[in-house]
Write a protein that binds this ligand. Sequence first.
Ligand code: 5GP
Ligand code: MN
Length: 335
Amino acid sequence: MSESTSIPENASFEQIGEVLRNHQSFVLISHVRPDGDAIGSQLALGYALMAAGKSVRLINEDGLPDNLAFMAGSGKIELPPAEPLDAEVAIALDTATKPRLGDNALRAASKAKIWLNIDHHVSNPKYGDLNLIDSKSPATGQILYQLIIALGLPMPAESRDAIYVAVSTDTGSFQYPSTTDATYALGADLIRRGLDVGTINSLIYDNYPFRRLELMRALLNTLELSENGLVANWTMRDQLRIDLGLLPEDSEGLIDLIRAIRGVQLAVFFEELPDGKIRISMRSKDRRLDVCQIATEFGGGGHALAAGIRMAGPLEDAKSRVLGAIHRRIEAAGL
Ligand code: 5GP
Ligand code: MN
């Protein structure tokens, strides 16, 4: 009943299962600057397929970030090799648009005959031959959990732990509104399957490098609140990355600190990238303020309550354009 006939329907679990059963070699890819759901999804499905006897490569444009190196089996995540891989099937995971897989990763997967696209971003245009997009799912890891169970695929410890990391990080520790009874049931089932929940939480959340706190201190010095008290933002210059020796993942999740301010409905993080582009992260607390729609105005995307943009600089211009668009949306929403 979709309004546009150009957007393909989702594949069924069974159709995805047929592709998995009928092929032997797979390359699994996730988005640039991978987070817990991206790497977690690759490990979850990758180790399930390997346990089923398949040949699997796990590649990421930016490789494995330091903060996820604790994950069991994460040594399997590689930078894209220079030569295209001999993989029959490419599987894009947690990636809203095909270019977000990265040029080198796309080249590495260019020999694949079939593309599967498994994701939970509402803005995903279904760029695969078979697509499984569930925007109600709080994490791609939760879709893969359901897929693994439905198809009766093996769930080795690496997959079990990776699903937990994917779901926990994308739900803000089982907190965001997309969290449902199915999400908690998943957590309970993983614990029944042997997940050590205390240890894995402390590896995810009590394990930050000191420089992340130095970054937080510097960001707090740039904190701004709009006159109406609805929008908070902070800004990171590229020089700070150089001064503190920051890695891309060091800023992950920090935006939740300003999202948590009482009265704030929308939080924005402006980051100047080494190439001069500006990366923007947005979080909304109010369904009437859809940050994915705002991001789409600038060529970005994501979810209704969490979205991002990469756009041309300089920083001041990007900032005033995006804040302008935000305040127009706030007015239109009558907040
Ligand atoms: P974050 O702010 O954590 O980087 O991203 C929030 C959400 O928006 C994520 O689900 C992410 O995939 C999506 N997102 C972030 N940046 C971009 C972007 O430049 N383009 C698109 N299409 N989505 C983005
Ligand atoms: Mn995700």
